[in-house]
Ligand binder design. Structure first.
Ligand code: AMP
Length: 399
């Protein structure tokens, strides 16, 4: 058996895949199928000889995965020459049941199906990817890696909302947290950069992409995180509001006659940077801001202010902090956000070296001065590698 894992991330109209060595993280190939179900679906395969792009009608996820397998044969590397260790699936919601990745069988599929009400957009798509891969690779072990699993170590006082018992006990209303694969990868990499065992360090991880979340990781275990029952809570995101007074939806339904579905849609899709600046892409917001746009300036200020509040809160939760790690699109690339979020926190032992912060390097690196009490790091996340290595670990244990 090789160390290669086929990692699959199935969305409602997309399928991402990569062929990764779970030990080294080296990606032999990857690809993306978009607009599944439309007449002009797009498939791009990044293989050893460069990119191959096709536009055709792709009916469903099975058609998409078959197209991916054809691309491996046409453009390489041929999967028939690789003794795949297994298939790793990203699954968004694992509820309270899954605190670790798990081998996929009919019981797991049933459990993930039961969790659909908690993740109505994501879990059905993830299940579709699982069903299709089980049909196309009936002899390979398949592993579910849950976005929520890393945060299952949150203590009860951190995951509990102060709401009636029946909501909590009968309906699973609690904080689950998401982006767990990224928070796990980045916190482990941060410990490595500090040349320490993850069990010996406390890290605040700031995952700032289209979706944004913060976590407090104590000795390798997540003890607090900003997303909740759903990915809507917490930081300001591309199109999601993050925190707001829980009375706002009731106010809007009462005063404006909005349905709850409409409020939910607008909080998830028309809020965040998009609601404040009219653009959800951070680069676009930066351009508007540079041109003097007041909405974009406010968006930047609200975004960074929320981030500072969470950093302060998680500092207090952890008591001592060894590192703050920025990751994902904005976290890895926006020196301005990193500087604004941490400005003036010298009394907390937090400082940034301006030149290091401005560096265009894409490597994991320190951006704090050498003598900083708290290391400030930029750590490119690699969720696919984390899924591959967790898949490999599960498969090795089950052999
Ligand atoms: P992700 O979800 O990790 O792919 O991150 C997407 C977000 O990162 C988008 O808002 C992008 O605008 C933002 N982003 C990507 N590259 C840059 C960059 N060079 N500078 C600032 N933001 C960026």
């Amino acid at each position: 058996m090789s160390d290669h894992v086929l990692v699959i991330n199935a969305g409602s109209s997309s399928l991402k895949y990569s062929l990764i060595d779970g030990h080294t993280g080296e990606a032999a190939a990857s690809g993306l199928v978009e607009r599944i179900g439309e007449s002009e679906s797009r498939h791009i395969h990044h293989g050893p000889d460069g990119d191959a792009e096709k536009t055709r009608a792709i009916a469903d996820h099975e058609d998409a995965l078959r197209g991916a397998l054809n691309a491996f044969e046409e453009h390489g590397p041929s999967l028939t020459g690789i003794d795949l260790a297994g298939v790793g699936h990203r699954v968004v919601h694992g509820g309270s049941q899954f605190g670790a990745p798990a081998l996929i069988d009919d019981d797991l599929v049933a459990a993930v199906t039961d969790l659909v009400p908690l993740a109505p957009l994501h879990n059905p798509a993830n299940l579709e990817g699982i069903e299709v891969a089980r049909r196309l690779f009936p002899d390979l072990p398949q592993v579910a890696v849950f976005d929520t699993a890393f945060h299952q170590t949150l203590p009860e006082h951190a995951y509990t909302y102060a709401v009636p018992l029946a909501w909590r006990d009968d309906h699973g209303v609690r904080r689950y947290g998401f982006h767990g694969t990224s928070h796990a990868f980045v916190s482990q990499r941060a410990a490595q950069l500090l040349d320490k065992n993850p069990a010996d360090v406390n890290v605040i991880v700031l995952h700032l992409g289209n979706g944004c979340s913060a976590s407090a990781v104590q000795g390798g275990r997540s003890v607090e995180t900003s997303m909740g029952l759903t990915p809507l809570e917490g930081l300001v995101m591309g199109t999601r509001s993050g925190d707001l007074d829980p009375a706002v939806p009731a106010y809007l339904t009462r005063e404006l006659g909005f349905t709850t579905a409409e409020v939910d849609r607008q909080l998830n899709s028309s809020s965040g940077l998009k609601g404040l600046a009219g653009a959800n892409d951070f680069r676009e917001v930066s351009k508007l801001r540079a041109g003097g746009d007041a909405g974009a300036q406010l968006a930047f200020d609200v975004y960074c202010h929320r981030l500072r509040k969470y950093i302060g809160a998680y500092y207090a939760v952890l008591g001592t902090v060894d590192a703050i790690a920025f990751t994902a699109g904005v976290g890895e690339h926006s020196a301005e956000v990193r500087a604004a979020a941490l400005a003036g926190l010298g009394r907390l032992g937090i400082s940034i070296d301006a030149e290091r912060n401005q560096s265009a390097s894409t490597d994991a690196r320190f951006i704090s001065p050498d003598d900083s009490q708290v290391a400030v790091l930029v750590v490119p996340t690699n969720e696919e590698w984390q899924i591959a290595r967790e898949t490999l670990a599960v498969v090795s244990r089950s052999c």
